[in-house]
Design a protein around this ligand. Structure first.
Ligand code: PLP
Length: 375
């Protein structure tokens, strides 16, 4: 089995599983209580918070808000930042649905939403973002790297451009895909809000965090018992949070080696494929994550190819789906100006931490063989 869908989810790291294990079992306490069993759970959560804060260079552990995953972190960032002032939201057409749909929801409640177009590889320019910002803009949300293509956005320059126009506007970045391979660090003038999800980095599904720069008041999107200093109510998923902390630590410790190995896998894959069959890279020459390879196979239907690849033991993902006879491209590919017919011939392969150059070679041989069989 060649699992080339790490952008969708990654296998749980053994050390993460080991760290979580006691909290799935005998350490079951609710961290909100006062007794020893509860305190054991609370201590584990606070240790994870400290571990994560230190890993990303946050000034204080209190800047880390645990959430039920990347989607919830994005909702809290975008909607939670806009609601207190009912200010505007500026984002891009290639964001994950968690950001786009949060922005659209805010729009339905009367807030101003600007969804900026992107170029043919899915990038937005800092000048374009800044041109849409004023003191009435509550939040700008631009992802570090796209989940479909892996293409990077110039987030540092965007943040700088936003600050030059308005000191009131918060900057959010969705680092869910980027975290595995790129440094995600807090710095002066950088993003005020950063979303991360555990299951893209060898942690469990359904847990993540939002970094919230000290002093920022977000309106919570989940109301209840006031956990997470009132920013995210609900009994903590202690085992998942412990797993998130362990996954963040392991990811950062291994990031450099990961980058080298995964780049070798992906580059060998594309090189070998190119030497045998006709492919086009959706990302063109744009800077992108080492893990992602979004390719078009001209003349081959992605849906058919995915099924044949699955039969050949290769797991990948499509960027367009066929709904009742009509091809529906992903919003990302549409925003890049890719025609539905071309999107319907495109597939995302995403490599992970156990892959290296040999995986890339085997994957290319298998994919090329399947494509040749279909041609
Ligand atoms: N943001 C990006 C860029 C993603 O790729 C994903 C997951 O696919 C999410 C947000 C949502 O994260 P989660 O699956 O943890 O809700």
């Amino acid at each position: 089995m060649l699992y080339l869908d790490h952008a969708a989810s990654t296998p749980l790291r053994p050390e993460v599983r080991a760290a979580m294990d006691p909290f799935v079992g005998e350490r079951f306490g609710n961290p909100s209580g006062v007794h020893a069993t509860a305190q054991q759970a609370k201590n584990a959560i606070e240790a994870a918070r400290e571990q994560i804060a230190a890993s990303i260079g946050a000034a204080s552990p209190l800047e880390i808000v645990f959430t039920g995953g990347g989607t919830e972190a994005d909702n809290l960032a975008v909607f939670g930042a806009a609601l207190p002032t009912r200010g505007g939201i500026v984002t891009t057409a290639v964001e994950h649905a968690a950001v786009l749909e949060s922005a659209r929801f805010a729009g339905r409640l009367g807030m101003t939403v600007s969804i900026l177009p992107v170029d043919h590889v899915g990038r937005v320019t800092p000048a374009e973002v800044a041109a849409h910002v004023d003191d009435g803009t509550a939040v700008v949300s631009v992802m570090m790297a796209n989940n479909e293509t892996g293409v990077l956005q110039p987030v540092a320059e965007i943040a700088q451009g936003v600050r030059a126009v308005s000191s009131r506007t918060l900057v959010h970045t969705d680092a869910v895909q980027a975290f595995a391979s790129l440094p995600v660090e807090v710095y002066d003038g950088g993003p005020d809000l950063i979303s991360v999800s555990a299951h893209k980095i060898g942690g469990p599904q359904g847990v993540g965090f939002l970094y919230v720069r000290d002093g920022i008041e977000l309106e919570p999107v989940i109301h209840g018992g006031g956990q997470e200093l009132g920013r995210r109510s609900g009994t903590h998923n202690v085992a998942a949070i412990v797993g998130l902390g362990a996954a963040v630590e392991a990811t950062i410790a291994e990031r450099e080696g990961y980058r080298t190995r995964v780049a070798a896998a992906r580059d060998r894959f594309e090189h070998d494929l190119r030497s045998r069959i006709n492919i086009e890279s959706t990302a063109g020459e744009a800077d992108r994550l080492v893990s992602h390879s979004h390719l078009r196979f001209p003349g081959i239907a992605a849906e058919t190819l995915l099924v044949r690849l699955d039969l050949a033991g290769v797991a990948a993902a499509a960027g367009a789906a066929c709904h009742s006879g009509a091809i529906e491209s992903s919003h990302v590919l549409t925003a890049m100006g890719i025609e539905p017919a071309a999107a319907a011939e495109s597939i995302r392969f995403s490599f992970g931490r156990d892959d290296d150059e040999s995986t890339g070679a085997i994957a290319a041989a298998t994919v090329a063989g399947v494509v040749e069989g279909l041609a």
